[in-house]
Design a protein around this ligand. Structure first.
Ligand code: FE2
Length: 290
């Protein structure tokens, strides 16, 4: 992996321009990448679904290269918003091929990594996703979310200096929530980026990510880092909406099924399966994810 880390860093550093404002965002993506790698390695070590050597290696490499498209995106469009620029997952998959980052890897690992990077930022996964690719993609998406939540807690907490690029150019409109985001929260499904208009929308959207997390270790990391304290404390909308969001967070992080000890929710060694969907029928569209 050391060779890959060096290759990634060399590529990332080629985008540093000496402009502190832009380089700050480049560095942020480098730091984010290594934190995603760290959580992905935890998942690969803890989760039985990923114990096959090819899958574990694919998860580690997918984490390392998952946002490789961000550097080009930021350089060309000066934004992290895919809607305002390009699909950074697809861009990254193309860059991995062009740069030959995986040329020395086994064909299967190469295919897993390129596919996982290409779809890591999709709202839902393609129906045709190969069954054995699913845990790799799920681990990457979990690891990415765990770190983004931590970063956004710093951006969206009370009194934080909101950064326009980090907050995807959303509007600072205290107390305003978009109906589509609120609807997703109430229907216990993931909200869409395209429906966000305001900072509070972003706060609620992040709450809805808890409906999509697949692995127990990810839930544990989020519970332990306390990122939702900042996200919820920063909410400026109606107190009853804040209470709804807090209830969602609590139920996903603390309340049953852990307390009920059903052993079926995001059990270590399992990705979310049909069985788990029975317990949380809104948490995942099996057809779209398998
Ligand atoms: Fe990404």
């Amino acid at each position: 992996m050391e060779k890959h880390r060096s290759a990634f860093l060399e590529y990332a550093r080629s985008f540093f321009s000496g402009d502190p404002e832009k380089d700050r965002y480049m560095q942020l993506k480098v730091d984010h990448t290594f934190r995603v790698c760290s959580h992905a390695d935890t998942l690969a070590a803890e989760e039985g679904e990923l114990h096959a050597p090819a899958l574990g290696r694919a998860v580690s490499l997918a984490a390392l290269y998952h946002d490789v498209g961000r550097f080009e995106q930021l350089k060309r469009w000066n934004t992290f918003s895919d809607a305002l620029s390009c699909n950074h997952g697809l861009l990254g998959a193309g860059i991995i091929k062009k740069q030959g980052f995986l040329d020395e890897e086994d064909r299967e690992v190469r295919q897993f990594v390129i596919a996982a990077v290409a779809v890591h930022n999709r709202f839902s996964l393609p129906a045709a996703l190969r069954g054995d690719l699913f845990p790799v993609v799920a681990a990457l998406r979990d690891a990415d979310k765990v770190d983004i939540l931590r970063i956004m807690a710093g951006q969206l907490g009370p009194g934080s200096a909101a950064d326009n690029t980090m907050l995807l150019h959303l509007e600072d409109a205290p107390g305003v929530c978009s109906p589509a985001i609120l609807k997703a929260l109430r229907e216990k499904r993931m909200a869409r980026y395209m429906d966000m208009r305001t900072f509070d929308d972003f706060r609620l959207l992040l709450c809805t990510w808890l409906f999509e997390l697949r692995f127990a270790a990810s839930v544990r990391a989020i519970r332990e880092n306390g990122c939702f304290n900042g996200i919820l404390d920063g909410f400026t909308g109606a107190p009853e909406v804040k209470a709804e969001a807090a209830a969602v967070v609590k139920s996903r992080l603390l309340a049953p099924p852990y307390a009920a000890n059903t052993g079926k929710f995001l059990r270590t060694g399992r990705v979310l399966t049909k069985e788990c969907c029975y317990i949380f029928p809104h948490s995942i569209d099996v057809k779209a994810s398998k």
